[in-house]
Structures are given as structure tokens and as C-alpha cells.
Design a protein around this ligand. Structure first.
Ligand code: ANZ
Ligand code: ZN
Length: 852
């Protein structure tokens, strides 16, 4: 008898997979392609079991697809530029390259030890010149298209990291990396014009049917499209205008003051030489120390001051005072707000604090009248509005009937929005507009360990992009890392002094490097031709392999990385270099592994290393436990003791399969496709076993194809295993067909477990007499008949024309029939390039896909 000793088999199989090229993508096979992509990691020190979850999930998907007969591309690389390595270098440790390359080697070994397979020939590292040459190429293309530009702007500055942070890297007013309080600073910086793509980035979210709703929602909010009205107020006594942006023009008659952002360019002009000048200056000084995100927060106390001027509300000709206040930001809208304290909570708090008037103009319907459709007498006529306003404790932000608004009185406020905007447009003091929260992407970093921005400054020619033939602009080897607020490159004369590519005169290089999110915005294209020195990617191959079939990574990348990758993909498409505009077809975001109630982190000291666990139980047990721990999209608490349970299961499964290995071999079951569904079985237990083994296949397959609920997939195999042990007590007395059912179930366990516990399954597969790898042995199929389910034929129509037929179990839900219908190859062909308007189903009969 052969015992299950993981340490004796795992290293062996890892070597076999590497040597046989199990994970090598085959560029020549006619098999269908499957691009399984994991977010490439930052090479920090060693991996813990929390990281393991990502890679193991990806590995399961890749192995399953290999078994299903796909030509799988599962590459891996390193997001290798970035701050931690540079910060270590500042502390005097070693060159960032040294630590980065060492960490890569460590992590690679760990991945290997987990049994996680990749096509390592395609490995990329963003810190290598052969890679960042092309990151720079992308910059140059953006520059040529006017999508990379430089401007002075107030930036988030981390005083401790001594660098600029993108808005997205500021969390609650603090630096994402070091938690220091972020300050503002006026610097000249490089930007990518992502705002030019705001509408497309928003609209194309609709195409992403296989992305989590939550992620799409986060992206939508980040883009923050807001349709509203710009209203032009005249500065009292002049013809000068101030534009303000509002989404609530229906409240215009309730505007009791106007607020400018303190940074608004008009402010200094308006107070120049007046008694307000000094105080305004002091106020500006104070505000510059505040953080923008906090300034806008709903619950924060607001500060402001009157600046001695008034403006005229063009709707009613009323004069209202002009203020500045910290809660209005220059970055959004027009940097000027008409303040309506009765209906906007921030304005309300501000008005209360400074004793500004509150004017009600929207009345909640049930308070107003029984019928909301009829014009009402203006409420102000019966009950003075200021009496009501005086007792308000908070703004009324809801909908209702318009009051105190002259000719608009009695309208429903939602309808009034359009009417009032049109009225203003007709009279020339308002305009319907759209604003976005999305800002241009600030890509300059005053750091060393990044891709140098390929620009030189020439006295004669200005900012000139480095021509493609001179790329890469190499990082100099030796620099002074100590941060001064300026890039370390700026203090490296060999790097800085150069000649102008246009006129040949003396020139200086740009000393900033690029945000590492630029590196990671295109790496998935590079994997197709990672060693090509002549171009960033091979367009033909990329068009064949992308969009990525399955992208897997952390929810923490829901906004930034995914938005930037979508943006750069669209830019590259517009260059004519690729034919698709969304890079990732399906997205899965896995939950975190928690330990002692917190996210694993070195600083908290709660990380769990896989190494001792693998040494004790083997990688397969660690993998199985990691997958069994809970639904993979949810966070889950790690429990070292519970690992034992997975180990016990594998030992038990091993024991019974090994025991019958010779019998199975003799009956050559594994090389034949035995259709046990057609057996007429006398024995009830054998019939139950057959049903359960088909059910396990059905369940595992569905989880693999669907939501990756490997925990329930594994549970169904465990259930089958329990029943196999129950049957085992009597199997000796079973007839031939019944015994075959028993043996087949054991073989199926080996295959069903293969993606989860690959070493275990390979070893048993060999023991059962399997030729070659279990991953080339095909995925088991199940029959509806064996499941005891009836099958139905469903007709699928596209716009009323019959296009396909589906064979489905009678128990299948209406939702999944609809899903299967639009996924059907023939239907897909018919609806290609068209928009699916709706899908209707007649239960048990027909599905009609309506397209435009
Ligand atoms: C008057 C008003 C009345 C407003 C009311 C709201 C409610 P969203 O929907 O997020 O686009 N606003 C405009 N520009 C601003 C800026 N630069 N800083 C701070 N606040 C600004 O928000 C649009 C609303 O946010 C605008 O509509 C404006 O306040 C405010 F009952 O105008 B509203
Ligand atoms: Zn020049």
C-alpha cells in the first residue's frame, strides 16, 4: 500500500509541469484561446497565505480550462517600480534594483511551491529597460496626440514620502502608503488627459456584463457625471459675469448668497485695494493648509467670509452677497456655487453659522396639498417662509412642489429643472451643461524608481519628446536617494545634460518619473510578445488574444488600475494599433484573507506564511483549505487548525482511490469514456452513487464556469467521498455495472479535484494507469439522465427568427436559460455588434433575444 506523503510527490510534479510545458501557450494549435490573467504583483518581500488566495484561484481557473481543451495563456510578471524599494534604499539599504530582483526570485519560488503554474517564458518586469522602453513609448504617443501635457497645479504632497500623490492615493486626507497628513503644493506636473475619455469610460461600462456590479458602480461614481445648469450671475453694478454650476436649478429662487472657491481667480481681483484684501489673504493662507477631501466632507465645520461684493440672481433680479468658503472647491464645476441653504445641507450649516437668510422654495408634497399636480398658491402667502425657515433644523433635500418661485410656482421640482434651465437659456443667462468629477491623471513623480518621463527641454524648441529610436531613456545607475522634494534624477548631471533631438542644441532632461500605474496600464498587451525589441506589442497577436477572458485581482484596484488600463487601451485603439476598446472581458475580485480580525500585514504582525504549512501538510492541503475557506469574493478568517481538516480529507480520498487502483487499472476504465448513465442498475445504492457522481461533476463544472464558488464545489466532492465510503462496505458483492459505477466515481474524484490539488491528482492519475498528465485527460461530463432530471429543448430566437436550440435540464431557472441563450455560439454570431435591448423567455419553450 502506498501512503499519501505530499513531500514525496509535490516537488516531482512541479518539475514535470515545468519540463513538459504544461502552462506554455501554444501559438500554433487550433484549440480555442483562453487568456487567464492575474493582476501582476508588486514584488514586496515574501508572500503570505492571503496573497496565495489570488494566485491559487487563478491557477484553478487555468488548470480547469486546460482540462477543458483550451489553449490557455496564463502569464505572470512584476509591477516592479515603486516606492517601497526606493524607501528602503533611502534608509541606506541597497539599490532598489537589487532588492526588487531578489524579492522577485523569492516570490517566484513561493509560487512554484504552491503548485501555481505560469508560462514563465513570458515573464515581464516593469523595472527592466526592455519593458519601460515601451512605457515611455506610450508616453510619447500620448504627447504627440496632445494627451500628455504639463501644467501648474495644486497637488497633493506627501511631506514624508516627499512626493506628489494622485487624488486616488489620498485616503481620508492621508498618504495611502505612509499615513502622513497630505498637504497642498503648487507644482508644474505632467498629466494624462483622461477627462477626454470620461464619456467613453462611462458609456462602455455598460458593455461589461461580466464585471461585478460593485466595481462598475465605483467606476461610475469616480467618473461622477453630473448633468446640470450653468447660471451666469452679474457682479452687481458691472457687466462682469460669474458662472456657477448647479444640478438644482429648481432651487434658484432660494439662492440667498453665492460662494466662490477661495482659489477662484476672481477672488484676488475683487478684493484688491479694498478693506477685505488683508483678511482674504489670511483666509487663503488658512485654507491652503486644509486638505481638499476634508474641505468637501459633509460633516466638517465650514469656514468662510464675505468679500464685500454682491451678485445679481438673473432669475429674479435680486442682489445676494458674495462669499468665499472652504467647502467650495476650484476643481469642480466652475468653482462657484449658488448657495441654497433651505435645500442643501452644506449651505444650511454655513448659513446657520454666519446668519445668512434661508429661503424655502421646495415644499414636500404631502405637506403642500393633497393633489400635487395642481398649481398651489405660493406657500409664502399663507405662512411666512422665514417663519418656517426659522424652525428648520436641516435642509430639505428631497423633491416636492416649487414655491416662492414666481412663474414656476406649483410645478413639481423635477419638471421645473428642465423648464427653468430652458427659460434661462432662452433669456441668455443659463446653459445646460455636464460636469465630471474625474480629473486628469497626474503622472509625475519626483522619485527615482520609475520610468523616466521621456522629454527634454530645449531653450529653442521647448519640451520635446524623445524620439522612439532614442528610447529607452535609461535610469542612471548611481544617484543620491535622499529625498529633497525634487527627483533624485535632477541631481544627476550625467542624466540631466543632453542634446535636443530636434535642433541638436544643449538641453536638459525631465527629471520626474512616471506613476507606476502607467506601467500597469498596458502590461497585459506585452505578454503576447514579451521579448520583441521592435515594438511594444504584436497587434495581430493582441487582437487575437484580447480581451482577456478572465481577469482576477483585488477589489482595491476597482477604481485606479482598472480605470487607467481601460483608458490606455482606448488610447491605443485610437492610435489604430488594436481593434478592441475594453481590455478585460470578465473580472473577478477576490476577498481578503483576514487574521485575528484584520487584514494581514507585516506592520500588524499577523501574517501567516505558507512555508511551514506546506512543509507540514503539503501545498495541496494549503490550496484546498484556501479554496474551501469560503466564497472567494468574500473576506474570510484564516484558521491554522482548520487546515488539518483539509489534510484529513485528502488522506481519506487517497486511501480509497489507492486501494482500488489495481481493480480500476484492470478494467481500463480511465482510457474509455464509459457511459454509466445508460446502465440499468438493479442496486439502489449504486443508482444513488451514480446520481451523486454526476451531480458532483455538474456542481463543480457550474462553479468553475460561474461564480468561482470553489468552496461549494469542493463540498460536493466531499459529499461524494462520504458516500463512496458508505458504498465500499458492500461493493464487493455488486455486479459488474454497479462496480463500474463505483470505480468511475473514484476516477471522477481524481479529475474533479485536479485543478484544486494538482499534485495529488497527478500522482493518483498515474497510479490508476493514466497516460500523460491528468490535465490532458479531459474534463468529465455528466448526463441529465443520470441526474434523474428531464431535459427540454428550448428554441432560441433573435428578433423573432429561430437561430438556435438549447438542450437544458427541466429544472433550470429562467435567468440561466436567458444567460445560456445569449452565450450560445450561433446566437452570439447573430447579435455581434448589436445592442441587446431585452431577453424574454417563455418558460420551458422559448427565448427571444431582442437586438437593435
Ligand atoms: C445649488 C444647489 C441647491 C445645489 C441644492 C445642490 C442642492 P454633484 O451632484 O455632485 O455634481 N457644487 C457645484 N460646484 C461645486 C464646487 N466647486 N464645490 C463644492 N460644491 C459645488 O453636485 C453639484 C452640486 O454641488 C451643485 O448644485 C452645487 O450645489 C455644488 F438644493 O447648486 B448645488
Ligand atoms: Zn531644440
Amino acid at each position: 500500500m502506498k501512503e499519501y506523503i505530499p513531500s514525496e510527490i509535490e516537488a516531482k510534479w512541479q518539475k514535470v509541469w515545468a519540463q513538459s510545458g504544461l502552462f506554455k501557450m501554444n501559438p500554433k494549435t487550433p484549440k480555442p484561446k483562453y487568456y487567464c490573467l492575474m493582476m501582476f504583483p508588486y514584488p514586496s518581500a515574501a508572500l503570505h497565505v492571503g496573497h496565495g488566495r489570488n494566485y491559487i484561484i487563478g491557477d484553478v481557473v487555468a488548470r480547469y480550462k486546460i482540462m477543458k481543451g483550451y489553449n490557455v495563456l496564463a502569464p505572470m510578471g512584476w509591477d516592479a517600480f515603486g516606492l517601497p524599494a526606493e524607501n528602503a534604499a533611502i534608509k541606506g539599504a541597497e539599490h532598489p534594483r537589487t532588492s526588487t530582483l531578489r524579492n522577485i526570485a523569492t516570490m517566484k519560488k513561493q509560487l512554484y511551491g504552491w503548485g501555481v503554474g505560469y508560462d514563465w517564458d513570458r515573464e515581464v518586469a516593469s523595472c527592466l529597460p526592455e519593458y519601460y522602453k515601451w512605457t515611455q513609448w506610450i508616453f510619447v504617443k500620448m504627447f504627440e496626440k496632445g494627451l500628455a501635457y504639463k501644467k501648474f497645479s495644486l497637488v497633493n504632497w506627501c511631506p514624508s514620502c516627499q512626493t506628489v500623490l494622485a487624488n486616488e492615493q489620498v485616503i481620508d486626507g492621508c498618504c495611502e502608503r505612509c499615513d502622513s497628513k497630505v498637504k497642498e503644493k503648487d507644482l508644474e506636473q505632467w498629466f494624462f488627459k483622461i477627462t477626454a475619455y470620461a464619456e467613453r469610460l462611462l458609456a462602455d461600462l455598460k458593455k461589461l456584463d461580466h464585471w461585478p456590479e460593485r466595481v462598475k458602480m465605483m467606476q461610475e461614481n469616480w467618473i461622477g457625471k453630473s448633468a446640470g445648469t450653468e447660471i451666469y450671475f452679474k457682479l452687481a453694478g458691472t457687466e462682469d459675469q460669474i458662472a456657477c454650476f448647479t444640478t438644482r436649478v429648481d432651487t434658484i429662487y432660494g439662492a440667498t448668497y453665492m460662494v466662490l472657491a477661495p482659489e477662484h481667480p476672481l477672488v484676488k481681483k475683487l478684493v484688491k485695494g479694498t478693506e477685505y484684501e488683508k483678511k482674504v489673504e489670511q483666509f487663503l493662507e488658512m485654507v491652503s493648509g486644509e486638505n481638499k477631501i476634508e474641505r468637501a466632507a459633509a460633516d466638517k465645520e465650514k469656514n468662510g467670509m464675505y468679500i464685500g461684493k454682491d451678485v445679481v440672481n438673473p432669475y429674479n433680479g435680486k442682489k445676494i452677497p458674495l462669499w468665499i468658503a472652504d467647502y467650495v472647491l476650484m476643481e469642480y464645476g466652475t468653482g462657484a456655487v449658488m448657495a441654497v441653504p433651505a435645500h442643501d445641507q452644506r449651505d444650511f450649516m454655513f448659513a446657520k453659522k454666519y446668519g445668512l437668510p434661508i429661503q424655502i422654495v421646495i415644499q414636500k408634497n404631502d405637506e403642500a396639498s393633497t393633489s400635487s399636480n395642481h398649481p398651489l398658491p405660493s406657500m409664502g402667502r399663507e405662512r411666512p417662509a422665514d417663519e418656517m425657515a426659522a424652525v428648520m433644523t436641516e435642509a430639505y433635500e428631497g423633491d416636492g412642489t416649487v414655491v416662492n418661485s414666481m412663474l414656476f410656482d406649483g410645478m413639481q421640482n423635477r419638471a421645473a429643472i428642465d423648464k427653468m434651465a430652458e427659460y434661462g437659456e432662452k433669456l441668455g443667462f443659463a446653459k445646460k451643461t455636464v460636469h465630471y468629477k474625474l480629473r486628469d491623471w497626474l503622472i509625475s513623480r519626483q522619485r527615482y524608481w520609475g520610468a523616466p518621463i521621456p522629454v527634454v527641454y530645449c531653450e529653442k524648441c521647448g519640451a520635446v519628446a524623445v524620439p522612439e529610436k532614442d528610447l529607452p531613456v535609461l535610469l542612471p545607475e548611481t544617484v543620491e536617494f535622499r529625498p529633497t522634494g525634487e527627483s533624485p534624477l535632477a541631481r544627476c548631471p550625467e542624466f540631466m545634460q543632453t542634446t535636443c533631438p530636434t535642433c541638436g542644441g544643449a538641453a536638459r532632461r525631465e527629471s520626474d518619473t512616471m506613476d507606476t500605474f502607467v506601467d500597469s496600464s498596458w502590461y497585459f498587451l506585452r505578454y503576447l510578445s514579451p521579448r520583441d525589441d521592435n515594438r511594444p506589442f504584436d497587434g495581430t497577436l493582441v487582437n487575437k488574444w484580447l480581451p482577456v477572458d478572465q481577469y482576477i485581482g483585488g477589489i482595491e484596484h476597482a477604481i485606479l488600475h482598472l480605470m487607467y488600463a481601460r483608458f490606455i487601451t482606448k488610447v491605443i485603439k485610437d492610435l489604430g494599433a488594436i481593434s478592441f476598446d475594453e481590455p478585460f472581458g470578465r473580472l473577478f475580485t477576490q476577498g481578503m484573507i483576514i487574521k485575528d480580525g484584520a487584514k494581514m500585514s507585516k506592520s500588524k504582525g499577523n501574517t501567516v506564511s505558507p512555508d511551514p504549512l506546506i512543509a507540514r501538510y503539503g501545498a495541496d492541503t494549503v490550496r484546498l483549505y484556501t479554496l474551501f475557506i469560503g466564497p472567494p469574493e468574500k473576506d474570510a478568517e484564516w484558521n491554522d487548525q482548520a487546515v488539518e481538516g483539509s489534510y484529513r480529507f485528502l488522506k481519506r480520498a487517497w486511501k480509497i482511490i489507492e486501494k482500488y487502483a489495481d481493480e480500476i487499472k484492470k478494467t481500463v476504465i480511465i482510457s474509455r469514456d464509459v457511459d454509466d448513465a445508460s446502465f440499468s442498475l438493479e442496486n439502489k445504492k449504486a443508482r444513488d452513487l451514480r446520481r451523486m457522481s454526476h451531480e458532483a461533476i455538474s456542481k463543480v463544472s457550474a462553479d468553475m464556469e460561474g461564480d468561482f464558488h470553489f468552496n461549494t464545489a469542493i463540498a460536493s466532492v466531499m459529499e461524494l467521498m462520504n458516500f463512496l465510503y458508505e458504498c465500499e462496505t458492500e461493493v464487493a458483492g455488486w455486479d459488474r455495472d454497479a462496480k463500474t459505477v463505483f470505480y468511475l466515481a473514484l476516477v471522477r474524484v481524481v479529475k474533479l479535484l485536479a485543478p484544486f490539488v494538482p499534485h495529488f491528482s497527478e500522482e493518483l492519475w498515474q497510479l490508476l494507469g493514466g497516460k500523460g498528465s491528468v490535465f490532458h485527460a479531459g474534463w468529465p461530463s455528466f448526463s441529465e439522465k443520470a441526474l434523474g432530471r428531464e431535459e427540454l429543448t428550448i428554441v432560441v430566437q433573435v428578433n423573432g427568427k429561430v437561430r438556435s436550440r438549447l438542450l437544458v435540464p427541466s429544472t433550470v431557472s429562467e435567468e440561466s436559460i436567458k444567460e445560456m441563450a445569449v452565450q450560445d455560439d450561433k446566437v452570439k454570431e447573430c447579435i455581434k455588434g448589436k445592442e441587446v435591448i431585452k431577453v424574454v423567455a417563455v418558460p420551458k419553450k422559448l427565448v427571444n433575444v431582442v437586438v437593435k
